[in-house]
Design a protein around this ligand. Structure first.
Ligand SMILES: *Cc1c(COP(=O)(O)O)cnc(C)c1O
Length: 212
């Protein structure tokens, strides 16, 4: 991984390109072992996102005081109970079975974003846009979380401009439901995502191995 000064510089560059301090920059740390987190702290990182319950537990146990943790990975229903006490937000809620576990083991102040498969890609996680209303209603009725936004991973593209329409579509879906948060944009396309209204971008490689 890069040194703290390089990470800090990469973070500054991302902030400058976003040019809106209200956009949160979450650092995706799935490829970073727990030993790397001290360097992130030194570099000024405060918000990190984990993809796996087990990694989250290990990193939270070691650094729970230094960072706010969000969960951004595929959410298995049998892991919900472990994840809930450790995170501020879950970005990737996308199944009825996970929603049921949240109703049972969640907490009212746990903020969740619903993952949407905006491009209707086969085999990708995320709800279809037409499933959203019923799903959000069930979450609200369940009481184990507060739905606050939507998240998406657009189709892989060489040109970040190709992601723009999917980010715009997510923004419209969220606005129509009064959901204030939009988690969208990664190393490849965070700038376009921010232009289209992202409130949280999720960045890994560009910060952790800048120019690498
Ligand atoms: C890894 C990951 C990211 C960050 O991707 P980079 O291309 O490394 O910036 C963002 N979101 C999710 C859900 C991820 O798993």
């Amino acid at each position: 991984m890069a040194s703290a000064p390089l990470i800090s510089q990469a973070l500054d560059e991302v902030r400058e390109r976003i040019a809106d301090d209200r956009v949160e920059i979450l650092i995706a740390t799935k490829y970073l072992p727990v030993e790397g987190l001290a360097t992130l702290h030194e570099a000024g990182v405060t918000l990190i996102g984990e993809n796996r319950a087990q990694d989250l537990q290990v990193k939270h146990a070691a650094h729970g005081e230094r960072f706010v943790f969000d969960f951004i990975g595929h959410l298995q229903s049998r892991k919900v109970r472990q994840i809930v006490p450790l995170v501020r937000r879950i970005h990737s809620l996308a199944s009825d079975s996970a929603a049921e576990q949240l109703a049972r083991h969640g907490r009212p102040d746990l903020e969740v974003l619903v993952e949407v498969n905006v491009a209707g890609q086969e085999g990708k996680s995320g709800l279809a846009p037409e499933e959203l209303d019923a799903f959000v209603d069930r979450l609200r009725a369940g009481g184990g979380c507060t739905p606050v936004g939507l998240m998406t991973m657009p189709p892989q593209a060489d040109d970040s401009e190709h992601s723009r329409r999917w980010f715009a579509a997510l923004r419209e879906l969220a606005a129509a439901r009064d959901l204030p948060h939009l988690s969208m944009g990664t190393s490849q396309d965070f700038e376009v995502a921010a232009q289209e209204g992202a409130t949280i971008v999720r960045i890994g490689s560009r910060i952790l191995s800048p120019r690498g």
